[in-house]
Design a binder for this molecule. Structure first.
Ligand SMILES: NCc1cccc(NC(=O)c2cccc3[nH]c(C(N)=O)cc23)c1
Length: 232
């Protein structure tokens, strides 16, 4: 997160850190006791290795009550996701067992009504992604508040030039922005997860390249289907 600040510890008990060999790779969030939603691009370069999912954390390194690393039973990328564009950039992770829910570990509801969030709505992104252009990684969860911008403005030829579909949304990226390692985290508007951070143009903090999110509502049926078919 660029231009943000340290989150109040455990005020975002749905936040997950997707890790490989003890290293934070991407964000994610708990959508059900045994399921985390993240971004399909996070599996790029992992050679099919399964993530481990850290829940209940504020600091990535310090011991904290209710902080726990979960093994993943299955990772299901949306069938439409691919490395060439940001379309359908969603990843579902089934934990080896149901997460132990408590004050520091909670499910975050996601938007099911497929209607655009109004431009200028202030939403929040959080993550353990880089906090400087040089790529400094934080130990503690960061957050930033960003206004939604219209798809029309985001699609302007000087911005993302007609690549933003109706299944995506954008926030202003001037100075304060999501960045490397924040992918997969939720964009929370009025307490509901409306989007999932996608790397998009990979640029951070440049107002010409607004942050892009996969809208969740259009995928509610897919998400429910995967969770139902893997149940038990
Ligand atoms: N503000 C939008 C936004 C949101 C989330 C992430 C990013 N930026 C990256 O993720 C990124 C940046 C630089 C080099 C990179 N290399 C790789 C990679 N997967 O190899 C990713 C990146 C940007």
């Amino acid at each position: 997160i660029l231009g943000g600040y340290e989150a109040r510890p455990h005020l975002r008990p749905y936040m997950a850190s997707l890790q490989l060999d003890g290293q934070h790779v991407c964000g994610g969030f708990l959508i059900a006791e045994q399921w985390v939603l993240s971004a399909a691009h996070c599996t790029e370069g992992t050679n099919g290795k399964l993530f481990q999912v850290l829940l209940g954390a504020h600091s990535l390194t310090e011991p904290e009550p209710h902080k726990r690393l979960y093994r993943v039973r299955a990772q299901i990328a949306h069938p439409g996701s691919n490395i060439h564009n940001n379309r359908d950039d969603l990843l579902l992770l089934q934990l080896e067992e149901k997460a132990e829910l408590n004050a520091h570990v909670k499910v975050l509801p996601f938007q099911r009504e497929d209607r655009d969030v109004e431009a200028d709505t202030l939403c929040e992104a959080a993550g353990w992604g880089t906090v400087t252009h040089s790529g400094r990684r934080p130990d503690k969860l960061q957050q930033v508040e960003r206004p939604v911008i219209s798809r029309e403005l985001c699609n302007h030829r000087t911005r993302h030039d007609q690549t933003i579909t109706e299944k995506m949304m954008c926030t202003d990226s001037r100075k304060k922005d999501t960045c490397k390692g924040d992918s997969g985290g939720p964009l929370v508007c009025n307490g509901v997860a409306e989007g999932v951070v996608t790397a998009g143009s990979r640029v951070c903090g440049n107002y010409k390249k607004p942050a892009i999110y996969t809208r969740i509502a259009p995928y509610a049926t897919w998400i429910d289907g995967v969770m139902a078919s893997a149940a038990g």
